[in-house]
Design a protein around this ligand. Sequence first.
Ligand code: G3H
Ligand code: 13P
Ligand code: ZN
Length: 362
Amino acid sequence: MSLVPMKLILDEANKAGYGVGAFNVNNMEQLQAICAAAAETSSPVIIQVSRNALKYADKGLLAAMVSYMAEKKYPQIPMSLHLDHGPDLETVAECVKLGFTSVMIDGSLDYSRKDEKGKHPARSFEENVAITKAAVKIAHAAGVTVEGEIGTLGGIEDDTVAGAVHLTDPVEAEEFVKQTGVDALALAIGTSHGAYKFPVGHEIKLALDIIDDVHRRSPKTALVMHGSSSVPKQMVDLVNQYGGKVPNAVGVPTAMIQDAIKRGMRKVNIDTDGRLAITGAIRKVFVEQPQKFDPRDYLGPAREAVKAWMLEEMKAFGTAGHAGDYKPVSTKDMLKVYFPAKKKAAPKKAAKPVKKAAKRKK
Ligand code: G3H
Ligand code: 13P
Ligand code: ZN
């Protein structure tokens, strides 16, 4: 089938109460691995591309590869192509033109500016609403789904908020959804991107109660968990065993992701786990078979390693077995959802003929 709007995949997950992995790709092997895992487990899947991936891999090429997978190779799998952390409206518009079926506008940060530490400063609520509303206007006009973000990612420790991290305020989130019309909302609950999410030896804490509150207030909005890689110990050990240096890496335990899904999380973003799987597999070939120099000899095992982990994720999130649950919908069909035809106004009742007052007989 053609790529479907992400809204379809997440609405269905919301109805049935499971999570869907959104996996980042930069190259052919990652895409093949994720799609193969989805097909083997019969799972709907979201393929996402960051702005850096767009730069790295030539945007049109990635979009064409993902469309090929959806239309030709795995037509039985509902698949969406999503822009991850869209920095501005130009990128959103460009991706809509390229055939993406979903875009994120990351209005929580101002990507056009950097502070003295080289970080993008946070946007105010009003600024975030304004840019997100503009993205919704561009995307919905093409039947494309929109994910917004409220709050900033980062870790929480001992119930205190570290650095400039702002966990999502559920009341603000409800207002944000109302004002912007987003389909999906990324929440800041204490996760962060990358392989070092929590200090080693400390209790891992996430503000999971925020999910309950936001889900209760906006039950139809698909909630999104960024920074969801589990950073499995066996992957990190493999990388380090074969000469890598990834010390003290800690991710989100799978059981915690499952708890988040129970509370209403629907989209689970995973990038780092794929990177670690690839790196471990390649390092192993390089060390054990140093005579090899055909990229297929190490990219092949790397692809297998990604597939093996994504299979586990799809089962753990409850996505497995749901690919055939519903009929595909195109971005064109989605226009009917975004812009329902207004009911024709009932014809005005013909005005009763005014009885002319009988001419008085003089
Ligand atoms: O959210 C961040 C993703 O992991 C993408 O990372 O910008 O290095 O492609 P990237
Ligand atoms: P990880 O770094 O935990 O894989 O998070 C990826 C992500 O949130 C992409 O948007
Ligand atoms: Zn993210």
